[in-house]
Design a protein around this ligand. Structure first.
Ligand code: OGA
Ligand code: MN
Length: 223
């Protein structure tokens, strides 16, 4: 993870400068950003509608790790995922929004984020995702994790909180209720986190901004 620095220029791109600016500053100052009800409402509604009409068969068991490291392990993680592509308007609009944030972070924080990958996640009652890191120092090219929640009328008694553990041992973990439109971002290598068991269906999008790790022996395709 490169050290973050804030540039002096004041980018003014698109419809979301306040949210994007808040996320940039939070990442710089704290390494994480939690923004309740912050996703543009039209986009949140469109993604929710899209989820309603997705067939169950679109969701597959989530693996731990990617590609060759793929292995299913129900003990660590029990939710289902569906990777997002750009083959329907809702997913296109999500990717446009996420790449807008990518450009903003690149200009504001000199990050050099190169690509973005994301999936829908469905946690049924009782599902969880135990404490884990999204990227490991030294080998990782996932730099920033981005999570958005699509749960209407979520009550604290519904469980399913995201627990974000701070790098400093003396700081309390952060507890995020997965309410509709809440946007969370954090440095992938620095914040272990977990999803507590949900007591009703819980929907989120999880995504990662990556650096380009290509070198001559191994081409890392953007996904
Ligand atoms: C993940 C993840 C958190 C959430 O998919 O890696 O940590 O709240 N998701 O859905
Ligand atoms: Mn994670």
């Amino acid at each position: 993870m490169p050290a973050l620095t804030l540039t002096d220029n004041h980018p003014d791109d698109g419809d979301h400068p306040v949210l994007f600016e808040n996320i940039s500053r939070d990442l710089l100052l704290k390494g994480y950003s939690i923004n309740p009800y912050a996703l543009p409402l039209g986009l949140a509604e469109e993604l929710w509608q899209h989820l309603q009409q997705m067939p169950n068969t679109a969701f597959a068991n989530a693996g731990i790790g990617r590609q060759q490291a793929y292995s299913r392990n129900g003990f660590v993680r029990s939710n289902l995922i569906a990777w997002i592509q750009d083959d329907c308007p809702a997913e296109q609009h999500w990717l446009q929004w996420a790449t807008g944030l990518q450009s903003y972070l690149n200009r504001r924080l000199f990050l050099g984020l190169f690509s973005f990958e994301s999936h829908f996640a469905h946690y049924a009652t009782g599902d969880f995702y135990k404490r884990h890191l999204d990227a490991f120092k030294g080998q990782a090219n996932r730099v920033i994790s981005l999570i958005v929640y699509l749960n209407r009328d979520w009550n604290p008694s519904d469980g399913g909180e995201l627990m974000l553990y701070q790098p400093a041992a003396d700081q309390d973990p952060l507890r995020v209720t997965p309410t509709f439109g809440t946007v969370v971002a954090f440095l992938s290598e620095d914040f272990p986190h977990e999803v507590l068991p949900a007591r009703r269906d819980r929907y989120s999008i999880a995504g990662w901004y990556r650096l380009n790790s290509s070198h001559p022996e191994r081409v890392d395709p953007p996904s």
